[in-house]
Design a protein. Structure first.
Length: 255
């Protein structure tokens, strides 16, 4: 008989009665619940673990320990043992880093689901792009990861809007590294991305879960403040490539 039991919604009407009984009978119980009825619905017990939106990284580790994660997003399990450059990631491998990023999101509770998935998947492309030359590198892992994220989120039946936003969080997260060298027009396009506030939050968590340097975040915030008096040029509705794809020949009319 299984002695480890995972219960989703274990602090609800049924779960709050079932969990104590299972604990009494010697089971080890892990509960996934938002705890909207309060933290004291279930009494603490040595064989009880509770995953809430306040500790998502720990929750991912528990799901992995119980063998559940591999049935939901097996690609996350592949992050284990993927080493990173210690000068940028003293915390450990990609799996450890990912769980830390999730936990660093909890400045904002409840955590936005789109942001949480973006954080969970932001480095999903690293195992496939791992190379070791002068040091460990993951060239273009953000773009490989964005394609993987799209497929994963489709399998999990997310909406098209959520998939687009999560994919954007993954594909764009490395651009902060070049933020100080961006032309003003490039910077404006970058900060005009939909839900850019989520990109800022992911970048902050990513930094806090690794080297701890928030100088690029600070630079970005100061630059945004400077540009508040200037209009942020929106992306063009149609461009030259679109016109060519419609069969039109390049010429003066394109302007």
């Amino acid at each position: 008989m299984f002695k480890n039991i995972f219960i989703r919604g274990g602090a609800g009407y049924v779960g709050s009665a079932l969990v104590p009984r299972l604990l009494t009978e010697g089971y080890k119980v892990t509960v996934l619940d938002l705890m909207i009825y309060g933290q004291n619905v279930i009494k603490p017990h040595k064989n009880l673990k509770i995953i809430t939106n306040k500790n998502p990284g720990r929750g991912v580790k528990i799901l992995s320990d119980y063998g559940i994660l591999k049935h939901i997003i097996p690609e996350i399990e592949e992050l284990k043992g993927v080493d990173q450059p210690v000068e940028f990631h003293p915390e450990g491998d990609v799996f450890v880093h990912t769980c830390l990023v999730l936990d660093k999101l909890t400045d904002d509770v409840p955590v936005d689901p789109t942001l949480a998935l973006g954080a969970l998947l932001h480095d999903i492309g690293k195992p496939k792009t791992y190379t070791k030359t002068d040091r460990v590198r993951f060239n273009r892992h953000e773009y490989v990861g964005a394609a993987m994220s799209e497929r994963i989120c489709k399998n999990l039946k997310f909406s098209n809007k959520q998939i687009s936003d999560i994919k954007s969080l993954v594909s764009e997260h490395m651009k902060f590294g070049n933020i100080k060298n961006m032309k003003k027009s490039t910077f404006k396009r970058f900060i005009s991305i939909d839900n850019f506030d989520l990109h800022l939050k992911l970048h902050k968590a990513d930094c806090l879960a690794s080297h701890g340097d928030l100088s690029l975040l600070q630079f970005t915030m100061e630059k945004i403040e400077e540009l508040k008096s200037e209009p942020i040029k929106p992306s063009p509705i149609i461009n030259g490539d679109d016109l060519i794809s419609l069969g039109l020949k390049p010429g003066p009319k394109f302007k």
